[in-house]
Design a protein around this ligand. Sequence first.
Ligand SMILES: CCCCCCCCCCCCC/C=C/[C@@H](O)[C@H](COP(=O)(O)O)NC(=O)CCCCC
Ligand SMILES: Nc1ncnc2c1ncn2[C@@H]1O[C@H](COP(=O)(O)OP(=O)(O)O)[C@@H](O)[C@H]1O
Ligand SMILES: [Ca+2]
Length: 574
Amino acid sequence: MEIDSVRVESSLWIGNKRYRAHLSGWYFSWTEIDKRNREKKTISVPVSEVIGVKEGRVEIQPQKKVEDTDIDFTLFYVKRSSKGNGIRAPWSLGRTQFCCPSRAVRDQWITQLRTALKTHSPSRPHRLLVFINPFGGKKRGKQIFHSLVAPLFELAGISSHVVVTERANQARDYILKKDLTGFDGVICVGGDGMFSELLHGVIGRTQQEAGVSEHDLTVMLQPCDLHIGIIPAGSTDCVCFTTIGINDPVTSTLHIIIGDSQPLDVCSVHYQSTLVRYSVSMVGYGFYGDVLAESERHRWMGPLRYDYSGCMVYLGNRSYPGLVQYLPADSHISSPRDNTRCLSGCRVCSESKERLFPHFDSSSSLYSTNVSQYSSELEGEWVTVEGRFKCVSLTCMSSSCPRSPKGLSPSAHLADGTADLILVRETNPLGFLTYLHRHTNTQDQFDLPFVEVHRVRAVRFSLPPGEEEEEEEEGDREVQASAERVLDDPEKLCSSDIAGHSQQHLAGRTERRNVTTSRVKHRGFVCGTCCTKPRSISVWNCDGEILPHTEISCRIHGQLVRLFARGIEDSTMA
Ligand SMILES: CCCCCCCCCCCCC/C=C/[C@@H](O)[C@H](COP(=O)(O)O)NC(=O)CCCCC
Ligand SMILES: Nc1ncnc2c1ncn2[C@@H]1O[C@H](COP(=O)(O)OP(=O)(O)O)[C@@H](O)[C@H]1O
Ligand SMILES: [Ca+2]
């Protein structure tokens, strides 16, 4: 075996074929040598994509099997498949068993490969906090984690502390309150709702520790260091699909293991001077709000509830009045109709970093103290649009999912500090069906006369005169108190004493304590059992949660959180 400072090389055998293997810089490669000493095919694996190196002949799938020989070692690495679902191919675990001429050579290879791994992959996680929602999607969260994810973590030397949730918001509260020392990231096994819990926990915790008020719409929030990973096991899994390109637990696990890091824009939603929620995918009023409200009554259907509710709401053919104000983003940088896609290594997102963090001190990972903590992001000229809308949607990213592989706004960027505002005005049922159907094919859903799309930094939504939201009245305090009482016991939520239009009770979901209840002048219905709400007012769907307010203000915080992901790999790179 030859070892110099930049290169390790020796002959190795795979089965009965001889290979010349070499490790140099960022790659481990092996080239087949035929009987006449001619070089044939070479396989190269980037060190950053090596999952583990084990003594002996090891298999972990379908079951763990170890044949502990003296001269063999097994290399595990990321393997790209040629066929993909959508625009990217899934990743799987590649495995090659090498046979060495002696035990000494075998031990040297293992040492050199493990050293290279440490040197070239410094940002890999070592300890993770995992939350499993046993009831998400098709209720397969626990099985997915134990059969597909845990064996890969073990192989990669990652230890995990697993919490199977027993109630909604347990994961969020855990992250907000418990000691997180030693954890390199938090992982959810579930859907967009579970991701949202981790998002709120991580952002809230970071702001608490930095002494920043989340309620202040104008403040510059502290970016979060603790990475979030998503193992898809939910109903829509939009955040996973948009940031990885596929909903596949093994692909997600491999991205977590190699320590990929994808910054993500986050939208904060405020009601008056209170933070209501954060969102990364869709804040949608009208159609998407109604679909969510309807779907909560059919949770027993599992993921199909959205298809059923989508049909029911479509047939209802409703539209809503509204006043939308937005702060446009710089149209010279990008536009929602420029026909580009935000892929791994996106130039628009990389170039946004300096603009978003002009005062970031990389040595302390904090903002310089002599710089104002207030952002200039809300300065500029607001544009006002008034009318009746089938839907108003705001999305920080493309929001693609298996139902809509190119998403709500196909050219939106994951980390450019902007969101796309889509206004679909009142139209006839066929027109709206055409709009919806274009989400599922290659036709441009924005090329319709009743649709407009804008790249924005902030949005305000209000009701036209006569429909305004009322502030909490004396009598409503009882409603609020009642809502707070049930926070600790979601089962109690389905009760007519929460007569406002927050429908968390239907989902067994809860709201944060600091969120106040607001009321809307009553003239109609929503859930048919206990809620009252005017027909002319819809609800907001915020990443799958119904908001308790109608008149909201939204602001985009560029690159506020980081995921164990790398954006969508173009399959031509595979
Ligand atoms: C005629 C064919 C119509 C097809 C319409 C397709 C439009 C799809 C746009 C999807 C946007 C999805 C945005 C993401 C939303 C999720 O956060 C949310 C919660 O997910 P989960 O926690 O996994 O349950 N999902 C939804 O609100 C469902 C929207 C479904 C709309 C049909
Ligand atoms: N143990 C639990 N019991 C009830 N609800 C839970 C539990 N754990 C998490 N949740 C809540 O369930 C909601 C839906 O979960 P999610 O994993 O997103 O599944 P889905 O994609 O099917 O909606 C989330 O809002 C989350 O807060
Ligand atoms: Ca964005």
